[in-house]
Ligand binder design. Sequence first.
Ligand SMILES: CC(C)(COP(=O)(O)OP(=O)(O)OC[C@H]1O[C@@H](n2cnc3c(N)ncnc32)[C@H](O)[C@@H]1OP(=O)(O)O)[C@@H](O)C(=O)NCCC(=O)NCCS
Length: 153
Amino acid sequence: MKEMAGTSGGRDTTSATGTTVTYAWRGEFDSAAVEALHAEGFDHKPLAYDWFGQVTRHSLGWVCAYREARLIGFVNVAWDGAAHAFILDTVVSADERGHGVGARLVALARQHARDAGCEWLHVDFEPELRRFYFDSCGFTAADAGVIRLVPGT
Ligand SMILES: CC(C)(COP(=O)(O)OP(=O)(O)OC[C@H]1O[C@@H](n2cnc3c(N)ncnc32)[C@H](O)[C@@H]1OP(=O)(O)O)[C@@H](O)C(=O)NCCC(=O)NCCS
């Protein structure tokens, strides 16, 4: 069953490929559907993960992409409660990639983060996604750092 977000936000519809994909900021989704997308996109077995609880408690928002009733894309927009937002978990169903859905998800994340008063949108990614984030989504390169916090590393 789909869960209702606290704020449904605006909808945006495109038909660039001849079929309609609908986008929603803080849209409705089923945690299992996000987990299925995530498992496929990041190559792991699906778990019983509470995506809805996570993003409604901790994120500025998220963007969903649907074809009809099916969730085909998702991006999580985390934030610091002030000027910085961070996109995480950008994912599009494998059979829907290459038609602009990913770039549109990120564009809407950018628009809504700006509308919420954020001044910076951050992302990190593997080198093969430079073209996607730099050329298609408008990010510029910046130094960044990361430390793995898993015990034993
Ligand atoms: C990355 C991802 C979200 C892109 O979604 P998408 O809907 O295919 O992206 P778009 O169609 O908007 O692509 C826009 C551009 O980026 C390029 N691009 C997208 N994914 C790419 C990839 N994996 N490698 C190289 N280039 C890629 C496309 O070629 C396209 O360029 P073009 O318009 O000049 O042809 C999707 O490939 C995905 O879900 N991947 C698995 C999960 C993942 O790695 N997410 C990123 C986490 S940081």
